[in-house]
Structures are given as structure tokens and as C-alpha cells.
Design a protein around this ligand. Sequence first.
Ligand SMILES: NC(=O)C1=CN([C@@H]2O[C@H](COP(=O)(O)OP(=O)(O)OC[C@H]3O[C@@H](n4cnc5c(N)ncnc54)[C@H](OP(=O)(O)O)[C@@H]3O)[C@@H](O)[C@H]2O)C=CC1
Ligand SMILES: O=C(O)C1=N[C@H](C(=O)O)C[C@H](O)C1
Length: 249
Amino acid sequence: MKIALLGYGKMGKIIEGIALSRQHEIVLKIDKDNQHDLTVENLQKADVAIEFSTPGTVLDNISTCFSAGVPVVVGTTGWHNMMASVKANCEESGSTLLYATNFSVGVNIFFHVNKILAKLMNNYPYYEVQVEEIHHTQKLDSPSGTAITIAEGILDNLESKKEWVNLLTNAPTAEDNTVTADQLLIESHRIENVPGTHTVIYDSEVDSIEFKHTAHNRNGFALGAVLAAEWVQDKKGFYSVEDMFNFNV
Ligand SMILES: NC(=O)C1=CN([C@@H]2O[C@H](COP(=O)(O)OP(=O)(O)OC[C@H]3O[C@@H](n4cnc5c(N)ncnc54)[C@H](OP(=O)(O)O)[C@@H]3O)[C@@H](O)[C@H]2O)C=CC1
Ligand SMILES: O=C(O)C1=N[C@H](C(=O)O)C[C@H](O)C1
């Protein structure tokens, strides 16, 4: 498979190594310095694009992939509020996009069990739930895309919660974590060199239940993105990583 890498930072470089080890070829590498090389003509040399850039550049890059008719796997987070319009654009133009807030197998298992746990917890209303995420200090967005997916899994299944709210704990404006009873708190912490840790906590007066995923490095995210590129390259439409993983038990 011929791959275009859109974003050649921490993730782009690891994805390159994994793609080469799986006998794929990298035909285009776009970063900030050579972003003007991202043309329809250059992109059409690739069978698929893998996009891990920044929240501020991802939408233009997706749009160029759609114009080129090249399927795109998107890992960049921080554009959650634009999802519906990108999906509509993808479907109307007959393009292909596969998106995940987190491509690792472990987190996708976590997403699945999180929904089942939230449904179960409807029977135990004396537990208060919250989500915590910890990431490295270079991270541009908060909460993490993964934390948003976790929160959505809870909101869809736990009747007491209607919306999520975020508290970035080391932001200059961080005040307190007061939330109303129907709000789900996501606490975001930024600590050097942490690849990504997510915890769902159900707390009562007598005990706490903690459900946690810890990434030890970025390799799981990168492998998942390459597997997604292999899976989506001959498909049409808008997909989420859930369409690729099959967790029926
Ligand atoms: N879905 C998932 O599984 C995962 C998602 N992510 C997400 O992926 C994104 C990238 O993460 P990460 O690699 O760690 O971040 P990095 O900051 O290490 O890499 C992003 C790269 O994009 C470059 N860039 C800037 N402008 C453009 C442009 N117009 N086109 C292409 N590239 C550009 C940046 O260059 P410069 O630094 O010079 O500005 C930088 O090298 C983030 O949104 C992150 O949250 C991360 C891990 C897993
Ligand atoms: O920026 C990161 O590093 C990560 N971003 C993704 C997110 O926002 O959830 C996935 C992973 O946690 C690492």
C-alpha cells in the first residue's frame, strides 16, 4: 500500500516505522515546513492518507484528501465539534474517512466495557462518576479525544448524566470542580512525558470503583492507525474505528 503521512511529528514518525515493517511504502510526508506540498496531484500518488497533525490543520488536510479522492485515516483530535459537518461532506462527495479518538486495541476494549459498566451503574445511583485523563504537556487540546469518547459512552448509558464539562487542572484559570448533578466532570491533567492515561471513577461513601487504561508508549496507537489504513483503503463512506474492531463476545 502507498501511504501519505499528513503530520510527521511524534505519531507520524512511529506510524512510518510500523508501516514500513508491514511492507508498505511512504510516498508523501507532510509537516508544517512543507505543508504546501499537500496538493491533489501529490496526494493521488497514495492509496491512503494517515492524518496525525494538529487541531488547527486537520480540517484543511481532510478537505484536500476528499478533493483528491484518497481515503483518509484521521487520528488528530480537537475537532469534535465539526464531526457532523465533516461526515456530511464526506458522504455527499463520495469520499472515505475513518476516524478514531484512539486507535489502540486496549482503549477500544475499554470503550466497549465502559458502556456496559455505565448501564449497570443505573442500578446504583449512590455512586458519583467522573472521568480523568492525563497527557504530556505538549498536548494542544483538552479534554483528550479519548476522554470525550469515554464521556459520550457514559452519557449514552447512564441516565443521571446529561452533558460533560471539562476542568483542565493546571490551566491558569482553573478554579474548582463544582458541577451540577446532571453534569459529568472530565478532569484533564498535563504531566511531562505521559503518553495517555484514562480513568473512570465511580465513587460512593463506602468505596470507589476505578476503571483505568494506561498507554505505556505510542506504539499501540500507531499500529491501530496502520491497521485502519489497510482496512479502509478499498471502502467508501464515513467510518469510526468501532466499525473495524469486532468485540462481540
Ligand atoms: N487517535 C489516536 O490514536 C491518537 C491521536 N493523537 C492525536 O494526533 C495528533 C498528533 O499527535 P502527535 O504526533 O503526538 O503531535 P505532534 O505535535 O508531535 O505532531 C504533529 C505534527 O503536525 C505538524 N503539522 C503542523 N502543521 C501541519 C500541516 N498543515 N500539515 C501536516 N502536518 C502539520 C506539526 O509540525 P510543527 O510541530 O512544526 O508545528 C507536527 O510535526 C494530536 O491531535 C493528538 O491528539 C495522538 C496519539 C494517538
Ligand atoms: O495527544 C496525544 O498524545 C493523544 N491524543 C489522543 C487523545 O486526545 O485522546 C489519544 C491518546 O490519548 C494520545
